[in-house]
Ligand binder design. Structure first.
Ligand SMILES: [Zn+2]
Length: 185
């Protein structure tokens, strides 16, 4: 039985925020720089992504952006939260990027790929990332109310699941949180 505020059984080590980029190998500067570069692209998608340019309706959508990168680091697909625009409760940035990426490569299995998103994934998106066999998940701001990558749950690193992506959270945390704060102001 999982109670609010308790770590997910099988979660790695501790309660609360999971794998923070700051806690990962500090010697791997290349990784950190790559993640920050990719996060800037995801921020760009959050602010100016496909939905944002479609019409006035789009301004109602919370600006969350996601980018899917292939094993070679090439950009495969992007997604921006389009829940209001499309009236679809599942139209989160991550799900849209996964769908488009899978369509592009012609298979559902996206192992070797990295999904970069500006906000900690929810339970639905964390589940979808596991199902897609994504190898690495990089996210920006923590979401203490609904986050499923260490905040409220740790679906991505639950040891009971046989596929667990590498997770790096809090990448460009200040910038990604600022975009969301500006929206809600
Ligand atoms: Zn989601």
């Amino acid at each position: 039985m999982i109670r609010p505020g308790q770590p997910t059984p099988g979660a790695v080590g501790r309660a609360g925020p999971g794998a923070h980029e700051d806690l990962a190998d500090p010697g791997d500067l290349g990784r950190r720089q790559r993640h920050e570069l990719w996060m800037r692209r995801a921020l760009e998608v959050a602010v100016t992504g496909p939905a944002a340019s479609v019409g006035a309706d789009a301004v109602d959508d919370i600006p969350v952006g996601a980018v899917l990168y292939g094993p070679d680091g090439s950009e495969l697909a992007i997604g921006r939260n389009e829940r209001e625009l499309s009236g679809d409760p599942t139209a989160h940035a991550e799900v849209l990027a996964l769908r488009r990426g899978a369509e592009r490569v012609g298979r559902w299995r996206l192992d070797g790929c990295t999904l970069v998103v500006t906000l900690e994934p929810c339970t639905m998106c964390a589940g979808a990332l596991v199902l897609a066999r994504i190898s690495t998940v990089v996210f920006g701001a923590w979401e203490p109310k609904t986050g499923a990558a260490g905040s409220l749950w740790d679906v991505l690193r639950d040891r009971r699941l046989n596929h667990r992506p590498e997770v790096y959270g809090g990448v460009l945390e200040t910038e990604t949180a600022a975009v969301l704060r500006a929206f809600f102001r």
